[in-house]
Design a protein around this ligand. Structure first.
Ligand code: DCP
Ligand code: MG
Length: 587
């Protein structure tokens, strides 16, 4: 199990994270601190009405300084001043609230937006093996639901905490001027409070962790089921999935009830500790009065102030407990951010504009983490322009072999060379830019067909897109659609048939015009007629490019210069055509 991050560590990291928002946070804090003096002004107009309008006292100096000269000499004038003052105070208080609200929303949402974007960018950089093992739902949850922890802690947590702390200091100072000993006794409960929040905080955090992990699981069930709804429906498993979802959600609920118990118990202990503190100060205060150290009036004042000391103390302890849930969220978000991609780019990686397409595998070994190796000692040599056909039974490792070439995964042993240079020495983006890929199951995005084709080269013109579609034998079927190139593909391209998706993917590859082609069974899910139209398009696409083509139907591989088969984790040559003879070793 990974070690827990300490609260201090998380807070420090967060403070660094939100550095651009520090001025906003300071302003919010100031606005928070202004609330108390404005609240103190609220009863002043009433005092003016009673003392100076109904009564006949003259205005105290501090109000006389504020009131316009003309209003000070008649009762009518003073009344106008009093009601005017009331409106001004209300306005001030509302303006303060409004400014606070706008600033809090702006800063809070802004920092969450930045943090989310950072997490999202990082998740995209993480290698496929991370996502294979963790699943998409986990990352989604962390990005969408854990990132806001930043706002809860920095805006809704630390600021009220700081405001309460400064009120506390002010109140202690005022009380200690009246009776230092009493102030000290009143404060004696604070270590108890902090110890309490510390102990309970730790346990709360543990419970919150369990709530969050249940939430993630429930969330991933929803995501998984909805993305495979066809299968669920086909096998009539709705009830089973409902049960799975219910169980996880019920576990989450039980964990939350435990949190509520703990938090409720904590609130109760804080309140009781504070009541004990008040009782003690009252007792000792009365003793002081009896000994003549304090007047009765002072005692009343001190007791009132001590109540004022306790309310921020209470707020602070409860806030510390409240924050635990958000701290757990933040920790989970940081854990994601701390994942290092295992397919990493070297610091001084080589740029690569356009490769010639000379590919060499040297004693390549690979396994997906488990003990079972998928490829062992695979060597092959494909000079630029070679068409390599790869066959092999299902699960033999054909897709894996080509995933190594694009560095979706890194080899465990041996090396792969492109134009004589280890592919790990190139910049990742440059390397991947060298491949046009048509996968076993082509996935489209839920945008228009034109945009889907243009995914191969952002910013391609409509003419180029249409030209690519024509080359891929896709233009005809696209033009027959009512909305043509503007037709929406539906989620993952589900509104198109398998063969149609495949041809869009080919058009994408045409548009990308990369020197190396990877065709992973692009005709596996289409009828014979469509297959011949796709093969026809592929033939055009393969011209002048190094091509790796996987096919189950062996006739598809007829046009290849080099035919390989993967069996028992290694490669054997079936047939070499033309000048390529030394290519492959079966080891
Ligand atoms: N494998 C794995 N983890 C992954 C992908 C695959 O453990 N993320 C395993 C499953 C297979 C082996 O690796 O036992 C080879 O998988 P391939 O996808 O490379 O197999 P093929 O492409 O050869 O099979 P198919 O013809 O079905 O596409
Ligand atoms: Mg495969």
């Amino acid at each position: 199990m990974t070690q827990r991050m300490t609260i201090l560590y998380i807070l420090r990291r967060m403070a660094k994270e939100v550095r651009p928002y520090w001025p906003h946070l300071m302003a919010i804090l100031l606005l928070n601190l202004l609330a108390a003096p404005i609240a103190l002004l609220a009863p002043v107009p009433l005092k003016i009405v009673i003392d100076n309008v109904a009564g006949s006292q003259s205005l105290p100096w501090y109000l006389a300084a504020l009131a316009p000269e003309a209003l000070q000499h008649s009762r009518q004038g003073l009344l106008v001043f009093a009601v005017g003052f009331l409106v001004v105070i209300a306005l001030l208080s509302q303006l303060r609230a409004l400014a606070g609200w706008v600033l809090e929303t702006y800063a809070g949402e802004g920092m969450v937006l930045d943090f989310r974007t950072k997490l999202f960018a990082h998740v995209q950089r993480l290698s496929l093996s991370y996502h294979d093992s963790k699943g998409a739902a986990d990352s989604t949850f962390r990005i969408q639901y854990e990132a806001p922890a930043l706002q809860y802690v920095m805006v809704n947590g630390i600021i009220p905490l700081a405001a309460a702390l400064s009120t506390l200091v002010g109140m202690i100072w005022v009380t200690s001027l009246l009776d230092a000993q009493l102030a000290f006794i009143a404060l004696a409960v604070s270590p108890v409070l902090f110890l309490l929040s510390y102990r309970v905080g730790d346990r709360l955090r543990e419970r919150w962790e369990s709530v969050r992990s249940r939430e993630t699981t429930a969330n991933s069930i929803v995501q998984e089921v909805l993305s495979s709804l066809r299968v669920v429906k086909a096998f009539g498993q709705e009830e089973h999935e409902r049960g799975r979802f219910y169980q996880e959600s019920a576990r989450r609920m039980r964990a939350l009830v435990k949190v509520a118990f703990l938090q409720g118990g904590f609130d109760l202990s804080v309140d009781i500790t504070i009541a004990l503190g008040t009782a003690l100060t009252l007792y000792i205060g009365v003793l002081h009065v009896q000994r003549g150290m304090l007047t009765l009036g002072d005692l009343v004042l001190v007791v009132a102030y001590i109540a004022q000391i306790y309310s921020p103390l209470q707020a602070i302890s409860k806030k510390l407990a409240d924050l635990q849930g958000s701290l757990v969220g933040a920790e989970r978000a940081y854990r994601l951010l701390d994942q290092t991609p295992d397919v990493a780019e070297k610091i001084h990686a080589r740029p690569l504009l356009r490769a010639a397409g000379d590919v060499r595998f040297e004693n390549v070994c690979f396994s997906y983490g488990g003990s079972q190796s998928v490829l062992e000692n695979v060597s092959l040599d494909a000079p630029a322009g070679t068409r390599v056909g790869i066959q092999g039974s299902t699960g033999a490792g054909k897709t894996t072999l080509l995933s190594l070439l694009t560095r979706f995964y890194d080899v465990c042993g041996g090396r792969i060379l492109l134009d004589g240079v280890d592919i790990r020495d190139y910049k990742l983006a440059d390397l991947r830019n060298q491949f046009g890929i048509v996968l076993q199951d082509s996935v489209l995005f839920s945008t228009s067909l034109a945009e889907n084709i243009a995914y191969g080269r952002r910013g391609a013109s409509m003419e180029e897109i249409i030209a690519a579609a024509k080359l891929a034998n896709a233009h005809d079927f696209i033009s027959n659609l009512p909305e043509g190139y503007e037709t929406l593909a539906g989620e993952r391209g589900m509104r198109l048939s398998g063969g149609e998706r495949q041809r869009i993917a080919l058009a994408r590859a045409f548009l990308k015009d990369a020197p190396i082609l990877i065709l992973d069974e692009p005709t596996s899910s289409v009828d014979v007629k469509t297959e011949s139209s796709i093969i026809d398009a592929m033939d055009r696409l393969m011209q002048g490019r190094t091509t790796f083509m996987i096919a189950h139907r062996l006739s598809t591989l007829d046009s290849c210069d080099l035919r390989l088969e993967i069996t028992c984790n290694t490669l054997c040559t079936l047939q070499t055509v033309g000048g390529i003879s030394q290519g492959v070793h079966a080891l």
